[in-house]
Write a protein that binds this ligand. Sequence first.
Ligand SMILES: NC(=O)c1ccc[n+]([C@@H]2O[C@H](COP(=O)([O-])OP(=O)(O)OC[C@H]3O[C@@H](n4cnc5c(N)ncnc54)[C@H](OP(=O)(O)O)[C@@H]3O)[C@@H](O)[C@H]2O)c1
Length: 315
Amino acid sequence: MLKIATMGTSQITHSFIDATQYVNHVDVVAVFSRNEDTASSLAKKFSISTHYTNLADMLTDSGIDCVYVATPNTFHFDHVMQCLKKKKHVICEKPMFMTVDEWSQAYEEADRQGVYLFEAMRNLHTPNFKKLAESLNQVGKVRSVYLHRIRYSSKYDAFLQGEVASVFSKEMGGGALRDLGVYPLSLVIALFGAPNSSTYFPVRLHTGVDGSGTLVLEYDEFNCVLMCSKLSTSYNYGEFQGEKGTLIIDNPAPISQIQFQPIKDESQLLKTEEPLPNMSYQIENFARMILERDEHAYHYYRDISKQVVSIVEGC
Ligand SMILES: NC(=O)c1ccc[n+]([C@@H]2O[C@H](COP(=O)([O-])OP(=O)(O)OC[C@H]3O[C@@H](n4cnc5c(N)ncnc54)[C@H](OP(=O)(O)O)[C@@H]3O)[C@@H](O)[C@H]2O)c1
């Protein structure tokens, strides 16, 4: 059994705890908040016996194996390092780090302490991602890829009235690429590896963050265009276009529709049913890697995280 504690009490932590309830061999045993009322009400909502308002106390609790970190992006490095130094495995929300230097220091610390560190890139752990990866050879030689994550933010109306949520704040490491663009970016890296070059064209808000943007990745035989935005909504599909046909997906995170359109034939629906909440698949996979000490899979995911942070840092 993997015993998990959480840090951060916004909606994503509620979704994470809810998703653990569908996964075997994991249990959320404690929550942390800087505020007593918030900590106790989150613990009460999910019938969790222990809550903390002092992080050092939580990290010395020997009944905790792993910490889920869901604080604003610029705090991830400090919070992750504190957990690792106390020999806790860590699942950190995306984007895990702001720089490759942070990435390197954290993984060195994880290795030193003999624990695992994961980026919660939920879209890489689902049955439909697996289905997409297995189906890619059907398109033949890939010639063009277009993916996007473009959704009008529920926090943008307040931003226009002067209230700056973390996702629109430079100090908190916000911006469309770090918040949404990392989903299609990590998906492309997982499927094709690191590109030869990357160029980002941001649309900046007055806070200095990118409210939207277009990232162009150059590979040997094709280019990939990734669009992200928190200022508008897209109803387009993403496409992997090849010489024998096109794979069409509704969304890089979560993928709920996959269709193959051969150049000269009828289209086929390829999607897989996903009965669990979208976040459950990553939790299941992280717990399995930790409990089975699956070094091979662990290195696969950490390498993707490194490629993603190195591209985003340069944007
Ligand atoms: N995977 C997904 O689908 C998904 C969706 C949304 C967000 N996220 C990620 O989740 C993370 C949190 O994003 P968010 O928009 O929820 O952020 P947020 O609302 O600004 O903050 C999240 C939580 O962090 C804690 N916190 C805030 N400032 C802190 C500080 N200075 N020191 C320690 N704790 C602090 C707060 O909890 P307390 O006040 O209770 O301590 C707060 O509830 C980000 O990395 C984001 O990218 C992922």
